[in-house]
Each structure stands twice: as structure tokens, then as C-alpha cells.
Design a protein around this ligand. Structure first.
Ligand SMILES: Cc1cc2nc3c(=O)[nH]c(=O)nc-3n(C[C@H](O)[C@H](O)[C@H](O)COP(=O)(O)OP(=O)(O)OC[C@H]3O[C@@H](n4cnc5c(N)ncnc54)[C@H](O)[C@@H]3O)c2cc1C
Length: 196
């Protein structure tokens, strides 16, 4: 196992880059083994569940017949933080370098960069990018009827919804929203759906 330090000189047994489900469970297990842990994420804990689909139900987690993503994140965070890891949010890891003599890995983040030094882009790796509709001027309608992320399902009650896509997410949202919507139509560009 490698040990990692940061630019402040602190040494950790484990530095976890990314506080999504994988990183949070790694933090729990490392804590169980009494390791000194740091979690770094940009921008928040919870990964895709927190950023992309907090209000979607998840059906494939052992022990939960179904669980809202935001609730699962809350459980995972509670589980991960019980051994008091150091948590650094709003930080993006930009470099990892190993010292040849000590074997220590030094993890560098963008935390101390000014917006100018950082190229002005503070969106961070946590800003997951959707595949956008290739339709002229569609960007003018984003937030006014078109949306790529669902962070609050209450706004869909009684609405006529059109979901564009034929993958897992499209089906997830069709199942998740059709009961409260006035109608729900799924449009897919192919005559078949991809196999999972
Ligand atoms: C719409 C949708 C629905 C889904 N539904 C389901 C489902 O029902 N069931 C299921 O099992 N799976 C589902 N998935 C897949 C599931 O979300 C992923 O498998 C899961 O989030 C992967 O967890 P992870 O921790 O490995 O990565 P992520 O959740 O992607 O988390 C990685 C984290 O690392 C951070 N990070 C990355 N690089 C850096 C860096 N350099 N510095 C700092 N931080 C960094 C990111 O910001 C992010 O927070 C779904 C995915 C989507 C998009």
C-alpha cells in the first residue's frame, strides 16, 4: 500500500480521490482498518447520485428493495465519516507524484489556484456533462421546458413529459416520473433498445 502526503505536508495512509459511492465505501473500509484517510472531491460527496439523480429510486442495492439516491448518499456518507476522515471538497486533484526515495505519493489539488491561474474554470470534475440535444437554439430553452438533470421531481407533477433517449437513464426516469405526470412519452432514435 502507498502512503500519500499533500502539499501541506500531512501524511495519510490512504488518499481517496472522489467521494462517490466507491470512494465513500473505500473510506469506510480504510477507517475500519484504522487508517488515516483523506477524501478529496470536486465539488461534493455522493458522486453521480448527488449530482445527477438525487431524486431517482435505485433498485439494485442489496438490502434495499428501493432507495432514493439522495437517501443512499446520506447513508453512505454517514457510514464513511464514522472514522473521521479528513474531507476536502471543492478541490480537484491535478497531480500525483511519487518520491523515488520514500515512496510517498504527493497529491496536488487546485485549491490554492486563483481563478486566473486555473483558467477561470471552477466547474470542476464534479460538473458531469450530459449528452446534449443536437437541435438549433435548443440551449435557449434549457431551464424553460428542457432539462438534462433531474434534481427535483416535484416540478413534473401534472406535466406532459417527453424523454429523449433509450438507455438506462431514459427508462429510469420514465418509470420514476410517469405516475405523477399527466403523460410520459419516451422517444428513441432506433427501432430497438440497447441491451443492458
Ligand atoms: C442517470 C443515472 C442513473 C443511474 N442509475 C443507477 C442505478 O439505478 N443503479 C446503479 O447501480 N447505478 C446507477 N447509475 C450508475 C452509478 O451512478 C455509478 O455506477 C456510480 O455513481 C459510480 O460510483 P463511483 O463512486 O465509482 O463514481 P462517481 O459516482 O462518478 O463519483 C466519482 C467522484 O469523483 C470525483 N472526481 C473525479 N475525478 C476527480 C478529481 N481529479 N479530483 C477530485 N474529485 C474527482 C467526481 O466529482 C465524483 O464526485 C446511474 C448513473 C446515471 C448517470
Amino acid at each position: 500500500m502507498s502512503v500519500g502526503g499533500d502539499s501541506s505536508g500531512d501524511i495519510y495512509d490512504v488518499t481517496i480521490v472522489g467521494g462517490g459511492p466507491t470512494g465513500l465505501f473505500a473510506a469506510f473500509y480504510a477507517g475500519l482498518r484504522q487508517m488515516k484517510i483523506k477524501i478529496i472531491d470536486s465539488p461534493q460527496l455522493g458522486g453521480q447520485l448527488a449530482a445527477l439523480y438525487p431524486e431517482k429510486y435505485i433498485y439494485d442495492v442489496a438490502g434495499f428493495p428501493r432507495v432514493l439516491a439522495k437517501d443512499l448518499v446520506a447513508y453512505q456518507v454517514e457510514q464513511a465519516l464514522q472514522y473521521d476522515p479528513t474531507v476536502c471538497l471543492e478541490e480537484k486533484v491535478t497531480n500525483v507524484a511519487r518520491d523515488a526515495d520514500s515512496g510517498i505519493l504527493t497529491v496536488t489539488t487546485d485549491r490554492r489556484l486563483t481563478p486566473d491561474e486555473d483558467g477561470g474554470d471552477r466547474g470542476g470534475v464534479g460538473a458531469f456533462m450530459p449528452r446534449k440535444l443536437d437541435v438549433p437554439r435548443v440551449e435557449e430553452l434549457v431551464g424553460k421546458g428542457i432539462q438534462y438533470f433531474v434534481t427535483d421531481t416535484s416540478g413534473f407533477a401534472g406535466k406532459r413529459i417527453v424523454i429523449v433517449g433509450g438507455g438506462d437513464s431514459a427508462f429510469d426516469w420514465a418509470l420514476g416520473l410517469h405516475e405523477q405526470a399527466a403523460s410520459c412519452m419516451l422517444i428513441h432514435r432506433s427501432d430497438r433498445f440497447p441491451r443492458p
